[in-house]
Design a protein. Structure first.
Length: 675
């Protein structure tokens, strides 16, 4: 038996990422648990210094806007995990519906290495992970899964360049309701502009990796990609799901590649029950006699080593579900091994043209003299239990999206005919109804229904949908303009916002937020409501105010110069706990309780910052002049605190403040640097 490579999925990703920063991330999955993805999967890719769940979610929220340009998850509309947790972070969640399932499991990460010296070139790479794991707890924590990594850097050649471009184009084609694909477009741009193809498919006798993105049948694609290299090898198949009766996908592989011997994993549960139908089990065992002209000598069932599937070492061992999909071609003499791994089950829907949307990667490996992974499973099962990967679910053809920046909401009916009457609920409580939606276009919802949806999204991103007498289905709302969504941490006093702006490292920020959460509310972030008024702190001094705004200005300048507009959107126009509008709102609320001079200087610094943005970044200021005007109006309202300042007579106060503000807001040239 050959040793089977094994690793912990999350650790394998972290080793690959090393110290690199993620610019863009695209996740493809069949099953999707939004809450688990945000809490447990994203933290694999974005290092968060705190382990407290509430703090980790807040720090992930910040990291997504500070460092990552785009994150998108494409999932099958029928694949929402039962009992899934609600989504909270700024991740684009895009449902897909097509003939057959949207079944790929991939992670595409556009990475960058920071330059060794200031102003040096930024190195970028695309990391492509091809897996069998869904974005669920079972996929990342419990199942036996498979994953393969490939990477290409700026200026390098890529053997699967055209394959990835085809994948991106195919995803866009099946997204009938989606107009924007910012994350995919960024990856497409990198592949198209910064990589090139190889002229030859192999080097030094080894086939270069190829990526399968569907369109053709699996056997046909393997034949075209590998030519005769796979012929006459042994074939080993690991697949958790099969057809009910026909073994045609396996028979087609045998006819095409004439393997000498074939072993297929027989999935069993803890009681030894075979996870296939008795008819299918018999048909596979009979293939050797029915396909004599192919040269196959033996077709048998097999099982993986117990150490690989056992979850625990006690007498009460529970077997882990084998969810991996592996097609392994190998021979000992001359030594040869090729692996096709990814999302493809040994089913007609997985293997045929026009079936599921599947992905996989074909790689040749140098492993000495390879042997079998699977041990023969000669015990006839006492019982059989045929299962499908897709549990019976009720799905809806309705899509709903909400725009936090404008308060608008839209619905999309994904069907050639208009919709029936649709009853919308949240947590079982009726909310509103939709009637006769036109097909295949986004339709604006009424202001009343949009307001109801806004209130719902403060608690959950799931909606219940019931059409006529059909059972209710669950959909995930697509949320746009997330910088304007109220923060998980609803409010912070002025002093805390300023201090947070002045902090430099993620560790400092995590410690600060963790301390405030313990002080204000130990459990529910959405219930935090800190006391209004002065909190003793060194940051209540003017020096602290100036330092905080200086830090924010530096951060905004850097973000604007490097195109991180999502970060700018958050700080200048967003509604999070550490955004400028939140600070101004706190200043207006505290006018009666706080020191008027303190509020005045904060508002004046905010006005100075907005003037700097207008003068230093005129193109951005022109594009967002309406938003900047709105924020400035809020600043002027806060500056009304002038009336509460005791500076002699009204005339003397006006004269002094006019003189003071003219000098305060005057932009000075930078100080000369001494030689």
């Amino acid at each position: 038996m050959s040793d089977i490579p094994r690793a912990v999925l999350s650790e394998a990703f972290q080793q690959r990422l090393a110290d690199r920063t993620i610019e863009v991330a695209v996740f493809l999955t069949f099953r999707f648990d939004p809450g688990f993805f945000e809490k447990e999967v994203l933290s694999v890719f974005i290092d968060i210094p705190s382990q407290a769940p509430e703090v980790r979610l807040l720090m992930l929220d910040e990291a997504l806007r500070e460092n990552v340009n785009h994150v998108a998850v494409y999932y099958d509309r029928d694949g929402l995990e039962k009992g899934a947790e609600s989504a909270k972070l700024d991740v684009r969640r895009i449902p897909i519906h097509q003939n057959g399932y949207f079944h790929p499991k991939n992670v595409l990460l556009l990475l960058r290495d920071e330059p060794a010296e200031p102003g040096g070139p930024v190195a970028r790479q695309l990391l492509v992970a091809t897996m069998s794991a869904n974005l669920t707890e079972a996929g990342w924590w419990r199942n036996v899964e498979v994953c393969h990594f490939e990477e290409v850097a700026t200026g390098e050649r890529c053997s699967f360049r055209d394959d990835l471009l085809q994948l991106i184009a195919r995803i866009k084609r099946v997204c009938r309701a989606e107009e924007r694909h910012d994350a995919l477009d960024a990856i497409h741009q990198f592949i198209n502009r910064e990589t090139s193809s190889y002229e030859k498919a192999s080097a030094h006798g080894m086939l270069r990796p190829r990526f399968y993105s569907g369109g053709d049948g699996v056997a046909e694609w393997l034949d075209r990609a590998a030519g005769k290299r796979l012929d006459g090898s042994n074939l080993e198949v690991i697949s958790p799901y099969f057809d009910e009766r026909t073994a045609e996908p396996l028979a087609e592989l045998i006819r095409r590649f004439s393997p000498r011997e074939v072993r297929v994993l027989l999935p069993r549960d803890d009681q030894g029950v075979a996870q296939c139908s008795k008819e299918y089990w018999s048909n596979v065992a009979a293939l050797a006699t029915t396909l004599d002209d192919t040269g196959v000598r033996k077709v048998e069932w097999g099982h993986l080593p117990e150490a690989l599937v056992a979850a625990g070492r006690s007498e009460m061992i529970v077997r882990r579900t084998v969810h991996a999909k592996v097609y392994r071609f190998f021979r000992r003499s001359p030594a040869y091994e090729a692996l096709f791994i990814g999302s493809v089950n040994l089913t007609t829907a997985g293997h045929s043209r026009g079936g599921n949307f599947e992905t996989g990667v074909l790689v040749e490996v140098d492993s000495g003299k390879p042997g079998w992974w699977l041990e023969p499973d000669s015990d006839s099962p006492a019982d059989f239990s045929s299962e499908s990967e897709a549990e019976p679910t009720v799905s809806s053809r309705l899509g709903v999206r909400f725009f936090w920046d404008t308060g608008r909401a839209q619905a999309f009916w994904d069907d050639p005919l208009p919709s029936p009457r649709l009853r919308i609920d949240a947590g079982g409580v009726p909310q509103f109804e939709l009637h006769n939606l036109p097909p295949l276009v986004w339709t604006e919802l009424t202001a009343e229904n949009a307001a109801k949806l806004k209130a719902i999204l403060g608690h959950t991103s799931f909606l219940g949908v019931q059409a006529d007498d059909d059972p209710p289905a669950t959909i995930l709302v697509q949320e746009e303009g997330m910088a304007h969504k109220p923060s998980l941490l609803q409010t912070l006093p002025i002093q805390d916002i300023l201090r947070y702006w002045a902090l430099l490292t993620p560790e400092q920020k995590a410690a600060f937020i963790e301390a405030r959460i313990r002080e204000l509310s130990p459990t529910d972030l959405t219930m935090i409501s800190p006391p209004v008024g002065n909190v003793p702190s060194i940051f209540s001094t003017f020096a602290g105010i100036f330092q905080a705004f200086s830090g924010l200005q530096t951060r905004l300048d850097d973000a604007l110069e490097n195109g991180r507009l999502k970060q700018v959107e958050h700080y200048l126009f967003g509604q999070k706990y550490d955004s400028l509008p939140a600070l101004i709102a706190r200043a207006q609320e505290s006018v009666e309780q706080d020191d008027p001079v303190h509020v005045y200087v904060v508002a004046l610094c905010a006005k100075q910052l907005l003037q700097h943005i207008r003068s230093s970044h005129p193109e951005f200021a022109r594009e967002r002049r309406t938003d900047l005007k709105h924020v400035l109006e809020q600043v002027e309202k806060a500056l009304a605190v002038r009336k509460r300042m005791e500076l002699g007579s009204p005339t003397e106060r006006r004269q002094f403040l006019e003189w003071f503000e003219a000098w305060f807001l005057k932009q000075l040239p930078p100080a000369p640097v001494s030689p």
